[in-house]
Design a binder for this molecule. Structure first.
Ligand SMILES: *[C@@H]1O[C@H](CO)[C@@H](O)[C@H](O)[C@H]1NC(C)=O
Ligand SMILES: *[C@@H]1O[C@H](CO)[C@@H](O)[C@H](O)[C@H]1NC(C)=O
Ligand SMILES: *[C@@H]1O[C@H](CO)[C@@H](O)[C@H](O)[C@H]1NC(C)=O
Ligand SMILES: *[C@@H]1O[C@H](CO)[C@@H](O)[C@H](O)[C@H]1NC(C)=O
Ligand SMILES: *[C@@H]1O[C@H](CO)[C@@H](O)[C@H](O)[C@H]1NC(C)=O
Ligand SMILES: *[C@@H]1O[C@H](CO)[C@@H](O)[C@H](O)[C@H]1NC(C)=O
Ligand SMILES: [Ca+2]
Length: 497
């Protein structure tokens, strides 16, 4: 980010500035919280103090196989032996914590789905950390409140350990968005937590900050991260792109997810608005956070699925997409719940489906990127049967095994068909674009990749011109972003749950 951009970013952030003032605040039993460095930095120009435990209102709901339903949820609280005795907490079982993020709470369908899948997999204590009163606007305050949520969670864990000998080296915290950083603080405080799964950890006020401020590999014995919305905040990406775990999974590159609609900020706002007009608030909200919540869906699916989310080490997503990294060489891993049973470290890449179920079978996965490139660059093996275009996608049906002798001819006629198809899309989408068709076709041509259904889909959509790059660096786009963010938060709020 340039200095100018960063300065720009400060201004809209001021809009959200409010809440606790001062340099340090102390809360009984939880200790003191300072907002001095490293909590104050160039990446974190607005560092608030956390609100009081009463304002944040953290609660802990216990689910086990004996009491799996919402109605049977048991409350736990540090130092409350009566609650513990009345509960089904088993100190000998492993414990899984679920911590939600900004503008969320512990009663969302995804929390129940995740809990159900966990209890199906094993006889765990599942503890849902609900901090909804502290997780609302402004974002700066919610980001600060995570420290109080973490301190309370740490206190509960120490308490459970004292009373039941439950070992926190056997505990696992699953945190989404701000909840991932919360988990980081808990692990840091405890020193030897077993595992943290960070599901698309939040980007704003955390990316490139000191490891004390954000989740990092030292926060637990094993830290696995799933990145699904790592595109710049300037394009409404809400998740970290920076690797912050022992192993970082980047499904579909980790910047944005297939099936989530448009990717440039302008078209993203368009999709949100369209959702609002056609299907109401829920649709608009889903369009806004589709990529960000995909990490949860992927993790939840991974718990009991027969299909493994095999991920490959690679130098970059582009190299992975180009088919350069389809060999594991013993350093692949499996994204999601079972990641701890596999080796693998660093940044790993994989393809996923654009809808539930998201896991692609190994064979389709391995062949997918490479197959398409081969099909398109070695046309003597390929016939394009038909070519169908929509606004977003060009579908191309292939058959293989052509005789080499007619290769040249086929190549030409097939290529013509392909051009026709892509041109048709360009005409529909960007009738006024002055980029020469040749260049545009060129980039579309090499950037197609084959999905499991052998439909050739443009994953980069580069031919549409991408984001307006002149806008990107200006305050204008920031303000548009912020306006959209405000709009979306307003939608989320007014939805009132
Ligand atoms: C929860 O699971 C149900 C049933 O599998 C599914 O239809 C629903 O979309 C899931 N909800 C979320 C938020 O993941
Ligand atoms: C539990 O904590 C109490 C103090 O609250 C302490 O006296 C006791 O030794 C602890 N027990 C264990 C097993 O750590
Ligand atoms: C995957 O590739 C192998 C060899 O490259 C081929 O034999 C197999 O049919 C392909 N499978 C799919 C589903 O494309
Ligand atoms: C494509 O055709 C050329 C020329 O006929 C041939 O040399 C090449 O091996 C063919 N490619 C494949 C993958 O068969
Ligand atoms: C691909 O071809 C099959 C069989 O001809 C057809 O059913 C299918 O609709 C085609 N897909 C596309 C995207 O054209
Ligand atoms: C394919 O897409 C990537 C990523 O968007 C881009 O960097 C690359 O230049 C594109 N390839 C071509 C030939 O345009
Ligand atoms: Ca940390």
């Amino acid at each position: 980010m340039s200095t100018a951009t960063r300065l720009c970013l400060l201004v809209p952030l001021l809009v959200f500035y409010s809440g606790a003032e001062g340099l340090e605040v102390c809360y009984k039993d939880l200790g003191c919280f300072s907002n001095a460095a490293p909590f104050f930095s160039a990446q974190r120009p607005l560092s608030l103090l956390p609100q009081s435990p009463a304002d944040v209102g953290t609660t802990f709901g216990l689910f086990t196989r004996e009491n799996p339903t919402t109605r049977e949820r048991k409350r736990l609280l540090a130092e409350r032996d009566d609650l513990l005795e009345d509960s089904t907490f088993n100190g000998a079982s492993k414990t899984k914590f679920i911590i939600h993020g900004f503008q969320n709470n512990g009663h969302r369908p995804w929390v129940y789905n995740l809990t159900d899948e966990l209890l199906k997999e094993g006889d765990y204590n599942v503890i849902v950390v609900d901090w909804k009163d502290g997780a609302g606007l402004p974002y700066t305050q919610a980001a600060a409140n995570t420290r109080v949520v973490a301190a309370e969670t740490e206190r509960l864990i120490r308490y459970l350990n004292n009373r039941t000998r439950a070992d926190w080296a056997q505990m696992h915290i699953i945190g989404h968005s701000l909840g991932a950083h919360t988990a980081g603080y808990v692990g840091h405080g405890l020193g030897s937590l077993g595992r943290i799964s960070g599901l698309d950890p939040a980007e704003p006020l955390f990316e490139h900050t000191d490891p004390l401020v954000r989740i990092d590999p030292a926060d637990a014995a094993f830290v696995d991260i799933i990145h699904t919305d790592g595109s710049s905040i300037l394009t409404l990406g809400l998740g970290l792109d920076q690797p912050v775990g022992d192993v970082d999974f980047y499904p579909e590159g980790g910047a944005r997810q297939p099936g989530c609609g448009a990717e440039s900020i302008i078209s993203k706002i368009g999709v949100i608005a369209e959702g609002l007009v056609t299907e109401g608030f829920q649709a608009a909200k889903n369009a806004f956070s589709c990529s960000h919540t995909r990490a949860i869906e992927l993790f939840t699916e991974s718990i009991n699925s027969q299909c493994q989310f095999t991920a490959y080490p690679c130098s970059s997503w582009d190299d992975y997409e180009a088919g350069d990294c389809s060999d594991c060489d013993g350093s692949c891993s499996v994204m999601g719940f079972h990641a701890d049973k596999h080796g693998g470290a660093g940044s790993l890449y994989l393809n996923t489906n654009d809808k539930d179920p998201f896991c692609l079978t190994d064979i389709a996965l391995r062949n997918r990127s490479r197959y398409c490139l081969q099909s398109l660059t070695r046309q003597n093996q390929t016939v394009i049967e038909n070519c169908v275009s929509t606004m977003e996608t060009v579908y191309v049906n292939f058959t293989t095994n052509l005789k080499d002798t007619i290769a040249e001819e086929i190549f030409c006629s097939e290529y013509e068909k392909f051009l026709e198809c892509v041109t048709a899309v360009l005409d529909t989408v960007k009738p006024c674009q002055d980029t020469s068709v040749k260049t545009v076709i060129g980039s579309a041509y090499t950037n197609y990749s084959l999905t499991a259904n052998y439909e050739c889909e443009d994953r980069h959509k580069g031919y549409r011109g991408g984001e307006p790059s002149s806008l990107r660096q200006t305050c204008l786009s920031l303000w548009v972003t912020m306006a959209a963010v405000v709009l979306c938060f307003f939608l989320v709020m007014t939805q009132g749950r």
